[in-house]
Write a protein that binds this ligand. Sequence first.
Ligand code: HEM
Length: 507
Amino acid sequence: MQILWQYIVGVLTLCVVLLFWIREQRARRRFAGLSSYPLLPFIGNIHQIFGDSKALFRHMAHVSEVCENNESGMFVTWIGHCPLLIVQDPEDVRTITNAFVEKPYIYSFGKIWLGDGLVTAPVSTWKQNIRKLAGTFSSSVVDGYLGVFNAQAKKLVDNLLMEVGQEPFDIMQKYLAYTTLEAICQTALGVSKISENIVTTEYYVAFNRCLELLVNRGMNAFVHPDFIYKLTPKYQEIKKCVRVLHNVSDTVMRKRKHEREKLRKEEMKEKKTGDTEGPKLKAFLDILLDLREIDPSLTEQQIKSEVDTIIVGGQETVASTMFYTLLVLGCKTRVQEKVYAEMKSIFGDSTRPVTKEDLSEMKYLEAVINETLRMYPPLPGVLRYADRDLQIKSFTIPKGTICAINGWGAGRSASVWGKDSALYRPERWLEDQPPGNTASFLAFSYGRRACIGKKYAMAILKTVISQCVRELEFISEADNMQFKVDIGLRPTCGHLIQVRRRESLQK
Ligand code: HEM
């Protein structure tokens, strides 16, 4: 009897395995002809794509080269039975990013922190909220933030002046991360009026650890299911970090509401006496609270998620771009001197704050920032979920595929950028048809779910970098740099830079 049971269980197991195998073969046949790694049954390429963040970068760089050199411009890897299609051809990217708005399940790992904020929201929620939020970083709103950007730039320059004559130092960890985090907090939450000390070390540590834990989970397919992850110590740790982060946004939201009441009363008084000042900074949180007064469907929880999302979306990306730009300036004297010459022509020898008129004159600096973003995209890849079959140039993407839009590969592609694509050449952005708004430039993603903070990013980057270059010279070593991908693109050797005081200022 026992033998019979063993026999039945054995046959059933075999049937299930066979069914899985047939299903898998059928799915894999739809991708036949595309470049791929050799596959293992059932696990596909899990063992190749999930390693540490350095391995992830190597994988990305290798796949970019394969895509560049094969006819289809695509590559497929398999997370078990789930296909991950990597795409970098501009025409295909345009089609995919306009057709697919849904994000794959991996983004849901971030919900513990960001709830249903724009980045992690399912498409139904995203559609409702993007309409309300798309304009929140318009030019006029960003102009109102220039005071904060200038103050942060001055603080950074003062700190960097103290590093003059010292050994190379990690500019990101010591300064840039705080500069951008404080700027984002002040503009997103209006905290400059509440407390200068919102960006405490505890907050900063929790912030970075949270990102790290999310990456760790993404790279380990075994803890993807929620019920398994919740049993691990990492889940307890991420909950602890998130508590610190939410505590800040909760406290600030409460205080901000109080402040608003007070400010309103003051404004009424000012109106009565006609004693009004110029335009005041309107924090992102204020804009959302104003919206909530006319549209109660925007809940408190949603507002909090959006604020947390903006802080995450804006901090690391801007800091990283700032770092790579200063790094490149430090090892390309010609480029640094051209930026300096542009600043001289706008500001003379003055160290006065930057105005919005100055920003529009910084054409060469803008080209430098764009070229940096092309070659060092802070988010080198983003994902979309195929919620239906879709025909692209030479292939039909089956429903259920995860599409990876490869910003790293697209930015370095010779077929897109020309033979000198590996060369850092800002001048390409000043030629007749700059590629900024095409699907060849993917630093801010593309299509219907692209970045909404581009104007904000350009304004803070230009303000801070221009103030730095006016007073300081940067020296760095970027040859043979190695990278890793921790959600963002990071150098493995740290963020080392040296500074010298400008000679004209030494006299
Ligand atoms: C140089 C700086 C920046 C870069 C390179 C950048 C890049 C990106 C990318 C690639 C995405 C798409 C993410 C995805 O699909 O998974 C994105 C989305 C987003 N970014 Fe940025 N970003 C930058 C600055 C900012 C800033 C300053 C803010 C806000 C203050 C911001 C807010 C957002 C938001 C809210 C989204 C989600 C948009 C949506 O899903 O509708 N970003 N960004």
